[in-house]
Design a protein around this ligand. Structure first.
Ligand code: KIV
Length: 257
């Protein structure tokens, strides 16, 4: 297997559909990598899936950098993308550049940012110009949960759908090599995928994007509940609970060791 790079991801458009996933540590990054996952995202979803928060908002740069370096040590071939946490790129361009550079120095191959405002697009262009590949994110943006009042599907009205299409075009023009489309109607995701020349990666956006994301904890059934669109390919949470209870019982019964 060859190491995935940005050029190979770009070249996959229209040829191979890519199943991409999150990881937050070296052990699962190695497993995903050996299974052929092409892009591993160290998502700011580390906040709600690993650190026990309700949202991604409390995630700090230190959390991201620790996880990125662990994932980069575990993954040999996947493209490792660092999801820049809330506050790390809304804090002024120079500081945002510094934080993106820190992600690459920790082992990421690219960074991901939410949004498509003129300020975010200018930042994407500056990063790309500096040699930092950027994966953009439009549609439902979890870092805006306080504005939405929950993790709500976006793009349901004509006006909102038009805005998301414009956002996707804007981040492509700014130089993003791929665009995440989160929680938008499937027909809108299809239209955006057809309108862009870069790869779209959907999550809760139907089957017609160039690639898909799944949060590792949903894919493996590690959380009690998953979003309705997320297929659970295993039930590792139940298997782990069973193993821990048998262990506790065996120790109590002097059956182990
Ligand atoms: O943080 C994350 O896991 C994400 C994906 C859902 C795209 O942003």
């Amino acid at each position: 297997m060859k190491k995935w790079n940005v050029a190979a991801i770009r070249a996959a458009k229209g040829k191979t559909k890519l199943g991409c996933a999150t990881a937050y540590d070296a052990a699962f990054a190695r497993i995903e990598d050996e299974a052929g996952v092409p892009i591993i995202l160290v998502g700011d979803s580390i906040g709600n899936n690993v650190l026990g928060f309700e949202t991604t908002i409390p995630v700090r740069m230190e959390d991201t950098l620790g996880a990125v370096s662990a994932v980069a040590r575990g993954a040999k071939n996947a493209l490792v993308v660092a999801d820049m946490p809330f506050g790390s790129y809304q804090c002024g361009e120079d500081k945002a550049m510094e934080n993106a550079v820190a992600c690459l120095k920790a082992g990421a191959d690219a960074v991901k940012l939410e949004g498509a405002s003129p300020r975010v697009c200018a930042l994407i262009s500056r990063m790309v110009e500096a040699g930092i590949p950027v994966l953009a994110h439009v549609g439902m943006m979890p870092q805006r949960v306080n504005e939405y009042g929950g993790f709500k599907k976006q793009g349901k009205t004509d006006e909102s759908a038009r805005q998301i299409l414009e956002d996707a075009k804007a981040v492509e023009a700014a130089g993003a090599f791929a665009v995440t489309l989160e929680c938008i109607p499937a027909d809108l995701a299809k239209r955006i995928t057809e309108a862009l020349s870069v790869v779209t990666i959907g999550v809760g956006a139907g089957p017609d994007t160039d690639a898909q994301w799944l949060v590792m904890h949903d894919l493996l059934g590690l959380n009690e509940k998953s979003p309705p669109f997320a297929k659970r390919f295993a039930e590792l949470g139940a298997a782990a609970k069973d193993a821990f209870s048998r262990y506790v019982a065996d120790v109590a019964a002097s059956a182990y060791p």
